[in-house]
Design a protein around this ligand. Structure first.
Ligand SMILES: C[S@@+](CC[C@H](N)C(=O)[O-])C[C@H]1O[C@@H](n2cnc3c(N)ncnc32)[C@H](O)[C@@H]1O
Length: 162
């Protein structure tokens, strides 16, 4: 499994602002044509981050952070099975894109163990602060967070299995 690249992404996908003119037939036709030519042709429009100015539709209020934590608590068994099926395991270095308040990162951190590493990328400062506090409280030493728009991230260090 060594050398395969792995990244995990926000459960609700990356944000993309709603596009004006959605109900205009001519706009819709042009968008379909553009999507056919796009490198993202097979990805639903709402899953594409269009750049650093797009807003995450659900925001990052305290209420949204609490919702993410409740959601993770319910979905963790399924998320863990998904991660295991994807091949996550001891010693891997994993990139978590849109790490929010850190639930997927913490779950992955337990799967990769102390010899592995999780790097979370999240652009919201408050979410990062909360994620760091939660990781410390959980006693995990193999998770770090980078405050950045994912489109701006550059890293020479490889992410992958092992
Ligand atoms: C569904 S939430 C995070 C869920 C999180 N992975 C978990 O385990 O609960 C999506 C997160 O992606 C972040 N996000 C959206 N677009 C982003 C981008 N372009 N760069 C970095 N973070 C982004 C949002 O700020 C938000 O915190």
């Amino acid at each position: 499994m060594r050398g395969d690249n792995v990244s995990i992404t926000a459960k609700s996908g990356l944000s993309n602002a709603r596009v004006p003119g959605l109900n205009c037939p001519e706009t819709a036709r042009r968008r379909v044509d553009a999507d056919k030519k796009s490198k993202h042709a097979n990805i639903p429009r709402d899953m594409i981050a269009s750049g650093s100015t797009s807003q995450y539709v659900l925001g990052s209020t305290d209420a949204e952070q609490e919702r993410l934590i409740r959601q993770a608590a319910r979905l963790d068994p399924y998320t863990e099975r998904l991660f295991r099926d994807a091949g996550l395991g001891p010693g891997q270095r994993i990139l978590d894109i849109g790490s929010g308040v850190g639930d997927a990162a913490m779950l992955a951190a337990r799967l990769v163990g102390p010899s592995g590493e999780i790097v979370g990328v999240e652009r919201d400062e408050r979410s990062i602060a909360r994620a760091r506090a939660r990781v410390a409280e959980a006693g995990l030493h193999n998770v770090t967070f980078m405050q950045s728009d994912v489109n701006q991230v550059t890293s020479d260090a490889p992410f992958g299995m092992g």
